[in-house]
Every structure is written in C-alpha cells, then in structure tokens.
Write a protein of this length. Structure first.
Ligand code: RNT
Ligand code: ZN
Length: 409
C-alpha cells in the first residue's frame, strides 16, 4: 500500500463519520469537465498576428520569460499543463489560434477547416474543445466598438465574424461529439461619462440577432455571451453589462450568459447568482478568474470565492448545466504552472464541495436546525481533504504535492 493509499484509508473513515462517501465523490468529480483556456500559455498572442498587442482593455502584466514564442512551444507547453490536471478536461480556444498555414485569414473569413488540426489534436489528447470569437486585437476594434458600433461597416464586419465562429464551433462539436461552448465577449464601451447608453445597447441587440439567426443543434454548440463591468480605458460604460445579457438570454432560448468572476463590483460574488439562472432552466457558462482589486486576471487559486461557486454547482448537481472554464493571464510567473495551477484549484474546489455532507445539511436547513447546519459545515472544513485529493491525482496518474517540480524540473 502506498503512502497515499494509507492516507486515503484514514480520510475515507473520517468522512464516513459525517455521512460522506469519498469514493463516490471521486467518481462524481470524474464527470465534471474543466475547460482550460489556452491563452495563458502565450499571453493571448495567438497564431494570427502575434505582434498585434492586446487591445480591448485587457492586459497580461509581468516579465517571466516562459511565454511560448512559437506554435511548437505553444503545443508542448499546453500539453505539459494538461498532463498536470487530473480528470476530464476541455481546452478553450480563441479565433486567433486558427491554423492559417502561414498565411493570413481575416476574422470575417474564418472557416471550420482552420480548426481541423485542433480537432485532430483534441482527439489525440482526449480533451473536448470550447471556442471564443476574438472581437479585439484587430484594427476594426481599435475604435473600442465592435458589434455595437455606430459605424455599420464595423458592425457588419464583426457580425460576420460572430457568424463564422458559430459555424466553427458547431463543426468542432460535431467532430468531437461533445458540446463546444462558443463564448462571445466584446470590449465595447466608453472611457468617460456616457450620454446615450441605450443607443449602443439597441445596436447590440440587433447585431446579436443577426449573429444568432442561424439555428444550430444544442448537442454540438451552445452560445454564451459574457458580461462585464468595465475594462482598462473603458471605465465608465460597458455596453454588454450583466443585466443586458441576462435580459437577452432570458428572452432568447438560443443562448446563455457567461459570468466571469472578475467582471463584477470588487466585493460582488457570483456564487449566489447561479441558482437564479438554474431555477429558470437556464444553463450558465463560467469564466473562473481571480480579480485582485480590479479585473486583474490573476491565476485562479483554491480560494473561498472559488469554493463557494463550486459548492453551488455541486449542491444542485448541475454538472451539465454549469459549464466551468478558466480565464486569466499572468505573465509574472511560469506560464505552464499558472495554467495548470488554476485548473487544479478548480478541481480541488469541486472535490472539496463533493465532500460536503450536503444532503444532511439540506435536511438540517429544512428542519430549521441552523445550529447543526453551521456546525457540520465547519466540521467538514477540518477533515483531511488533501489526502483524498492526493489519492485522486494518483488514480489519474498525475503528480500530487510535488507536481510543480515536474513542470519546472
Ligand atoms: C475579458 C473577458 C474575456 C477575455 C478572453 C480572452 O475581460 O474576460 O473572456 O479574457 O476572451
Ligand atoms: Zn472572461
């Protein structure tokens, strides 16, 4: 028996005392995919035109030298990061990671075959794929407006991009036999006090209606629209706010909302928001991120905020209704470690949530026994969670507490 197995046996007994089956928790964890954003590996440079800096009010800061400098390094590093994360995984792509065979293809001309090499790669590595249109880092976005621009020429360009990306996403989903979430985020907004906030929102509704006109089978692709509060240089007004997309999604059954944990007021948390969608039968996409004082996109850690979100997902057993993805870009530490650490932390938070005696806690709540509800929640926190996590990694042939040395070598 390995040390990890011995540790696990003890943990199993202790959890059983509060009515939790650790084997079952690990089995359930196996069913929950975490979608790892590919752009941590190269600071969102992409393959289209890696020299075009990031625009749209987002930023990767730091000077660690580990950024992938070419496609080969990109794939090697991404694969390394994937190998550090136990269980089911997807990889989220952005349109700028197209395979253009050394040529240039503009955003409004993207085709499914630009992503066939990604499909082959995903099959080989047994991961699913998600997709994101790239409505930024492009000269047609340099005026800070895309789908809600006053200029019809700019709007049409991006509407075409949105439509093409939906085709790509449906193609990926069909090829892999697994839903590909197509997540749309646009940077549109103003730096300073805005007078006509409604006009842009009306334009955005019209553009979204055009982007979303073609129906696709939900089995293969689902569109989500990501809300935001503000961006750098776009501090005063964001067209695609949380209320805006929520209202759109609630009145259109062909799309859902994406909530990014960094896109709310600094003390506002999203955990409580999930069931407000689930109760209406709406699925939700998540960008798990870590805002530090602002939407700073720090690496996701095993924090209370992340634990609270995953607890909501697990308490409702909403594994196929809440789509969990990462989104952050930190250039100050090793990119592979950063990429793997965030995904591992989410898996840890999911496992921690699955080890909660939630049936028992729900029962106490119904009976009005709030004393036991609180006490047992606290008792769970002190149980040997790490021993179960290490065993989970071992079962999946992924390094446990020494994983970081496997990356840094
Ligand atoms: C930006 C959004 C968006 C991007 C990615 C790269 O604030 O969070 O999701 O981070 O599309
Ligand atoms: Zn995001």
């Amino acid at each position: 028996m390995s040390k990890t197995e011995r540790g696990y046996e003890i943990a199993k007994e202790m959890y059983a005392q509060i009515g939790v089956d650790t084997d079952l928790a690990m089995e359930e964890l196996d069913k929950i995919p975490v979608s790892m954003h590919c752009w941590q590996i190269d600071d969102l440079s992409g393959f289209e035109n890696p020299d075009k800096g990031l625009t749209g009010g987002i930023q990767a800061t730091g000077n660690d030298p580990s950024r992938a400098r070419n496609k080969k390094e990109f794939y090697t590093n991404l694969e390394k990061a994937l190998s550090m994360v136990p269980g089911k995984k997807k990889v989220a792509l952005h349109a700028i990671y197209l395979d253009n065979s050394g040529g240039f293809t503009d955003r409004n001309q993207i085709r499914p075959d630009h992503f066939s090499s990604w499909v082959d790669w995903a099959k080989e590595h047994k991961v699913g794929l998600d997709f994101n249109p790239t409505y930024f880092s492009h000269k047609m976005a340099d005026m800070d407006f895309t789908l809600s621009s006053y200029d019809p020429h700019i709007r049409d360009f991006w509407i075409e991009h949105g439509k093409k990306c939906r085709q790509v996403s449906a193609y990926i989903g069909e090829q892999l036999g697994e839903t590909c979430i197509d997540n749309h985020w646009i940077p549109d907004g103003y730096k300073d006090i805005t007078i006509d906030k409604q006009a842009h929102r009306e334009l955005l509704i019209d553009s979204m209606d055009q982007v979303m006109a073609e129906p696709y089978d939900k089995k293969f692709t689902i569109d989500s629209w990501e809300s935001k509060l503000f961006g750098l240089g776009l501090e005063s007004y964001t067209v695609g706010s949380h209320e805006f997309y929520t209202n759109y999604a609630m009145t259109h059954d062909n799309c859902i909302v994406c909530m990014d944990m960094g896109h709310f007021h600094p003390t506002e948390q999203i955990a409580d928001k999930l069931t407000a969608y689930l109760a209406f039968g709406k699925e939700v996409m998540l960008h798990v991120s870590r805002p530090v004082r602002w939407d700073s996109d720090h690496v996701v850690i095993f924090s209370d905020e992340v634990k609270d979100v995953m607890a909501e997902v697990c308490r409702q057993r909403a594994f196929d209704k809440v789509h969990i993805g990462t989104d952050y870009f930190d250039a100050s530490i090793n990119r592979i470690v950063a990429q793997a650490l965030g995904a591992r932390s989410i898996k840890q938070a999911l496992l921690f949530a699955l080890l909660e005696p939630s049936d028992r806690l729900k029962e106490y709540e119904r009976q009005g026994d709030y004393t036991r509800r609180l006490a047992y929640s606290e008792i769970q926190k002190a149980l040997p969670f790490g021993l179960v996590w290490d065993r989970y990694c071992e079962i999946h042939d992924v390094p446990g507490m020494d994983w970081v040395e496997h990356v840094l070598g």
